[in-house]
Design a protein around this ligand. Structure first.
Ligand code: GLA
Length: 385
């Protein structure tokens, strides 16, 4: 992979100088959805698929970018003297945003670079290809400019900052800090975390991409955030809390009437219960109880469907059909929702039938096909030797 990309880089940008290679994965969240901006817990892992970047520092203030995923866009050029979001710069707004974030955070970037990118995360799949581009850029900048005091957590935070903190910290954190065969149990209220081994002796993690075109997802995401903030403010009229993630189910139930709309009550309920489910799921996994983990995944989907309302017919069709298949431990939507993908834990010898049956049911109901990927849990962002 790396050798082929190096060759392409040299063809595009010339073979002189110090050319370096980097990688950052995609991520999938196993449980803990829409909790990361509510001070709750998440339980994602990094994948072995991701974004490769071949990069060479320049001696001037210019950038040249090329993505083998978007060949028709050709080489896109930009400059350090004009670092602001520009629609015409397309996907390069992501790496440029990270350059901007480094500078804002007190890490000067005085030279531009040439960058060739290749990603094998399916486009628009909801496996965080954009956060993967951000983290691979952060790893490259740290290396090229010798900023050894920047930690991988800083790189995650700079990535999140580069998007104006639009989303929570889960994606960048999982992608920066991932570890092979481990999920990350992250408390988003203070960024404390532990790793939990995912020992799947006889099961596989299967991702199903709905291939639903991106619609109103982004604005709905912000709407949910705003609803949670409002519900929190209503609870704060009586409770001394900073985030919904601080509440137990009982505390929520005995105070929910402070929330003056039925819709906001359901949104807050999801945030509280999903956080508690995540704690229980990690306990179950540690106790070797994969069955229980799967049940909690299913309950997570129901809550995202009925209370948080971020699923939609495509994701519901994938998950509800998955639940009926033989050998399915658990299945739920993952990521922001409104499209994107689902994650299922499936007994290895049932995976083929699972893909066939769920794929067929989806095509029949939705009218176009879903894509399925059996994924492995991999390491976080890194320099490729
Ligand atoms: C998106 C965001 C994350 C998180 C999820 C929902 O993936 O980028 O920060 O909020 O949605 O859990």
């Amino acid at each position: 992979m790396k050798e082929q990309l190096l060759k392409e880089f040299k063809e595009k940008f010339g073979s002189e100088g110090d050319i370096r290679s980097y990688f950052a994965p995609g991520r999938v969240n196993l449980i803990g959805e829409h909790t990361d901006y509510n001070g709750g817990h998440v339980f994602p892992c990094a994948l072995t698929i991701g974004t490769y970047a071949i990069v060479r520092k320049r001696e001037d203030r210019n950038f040249r970018f090329y993505s083998t995923n978007f060949e028709s866009l050709g080489v896109i050029e930009a400059s350090l003297d004009n670092l602001k979001y520009d629609k015409a710069l397309d996907w390069t707004n992501y790496p440029l945003g990270v350059v901007w974030a480094f500078i804002e955070k007190g890490y000067p970037v005085d030279y531009g670079f040439d960058m060739l990118l290749f990603g094998n995360i399916p486009n628009g799949s909801g496996l965080s290809s954009s956060a993967s581009v951000e983290v691979v850029t952060g790893v490259a900048l740290r290396d090229l400019f010798g900023y050894d005091d920047i930690s991988m957590i800083d790189i995650a935070l700079f990535g999140q900052y580069s998007e104006n903190n639009f989303s929570g910290i889960m994606d960048q954190f999982a992608i920066a800090m991932g570890k092979k065969d481990q999920a990350i149990f992250l408390d988003t209220s203070d960024l404390s975390y532990t790793y939990a081994p995912i020992k799947l002796a006889n099961e596989k993690i299967v991702i199903a991409c709905s291939n639903k075109k991106r619609g109103l997802g982004d604005s709905k995401y912000n709407e949910r955030r705003a609803e949670c903030e409002e519900a929190l403010a209503e609870l704060q009229t009586k409770l001394d809390i900073k985030a919904l993630g601080e509440l137990s189910e009982e505390e929520f139930e005995s105070n929910k009437d402070l929330i003056k709309s039925e819709v906001r009550q359901r949104r807050a309920k999801h945030a509280v219960y999903e956080n508690q489910r995540t704690l229980k799921a990690v306990d179950a996994l540690k106790a070797g109880n994969l069955e229980e983990f799967g049940k909690l995944m299913n309950a997570s989907h129901v809550s995202l469907r009925d209370d948080y309302e971020v699923t939609g017919i495509e994701l519901d069709t994938l998950v509800e059909n998955a639940w009926e298949q033989e050998g399915v431990i658990g299945s739920r939507m993952t990521g922001a929702g409104f499209g994107g993908c689902t994650v299922s834990i499936v007994k290895t010898d049932c995976v083929d039938k699972f893909i066939e049956n769920v794929g067929k049911a989806y095509l029949e109901k939705i009218g176009y096909a879903a894509d399925f990927y059996v994924v492995e849990i991999g390491d976080g962002g890194r320099v490729l030797e």
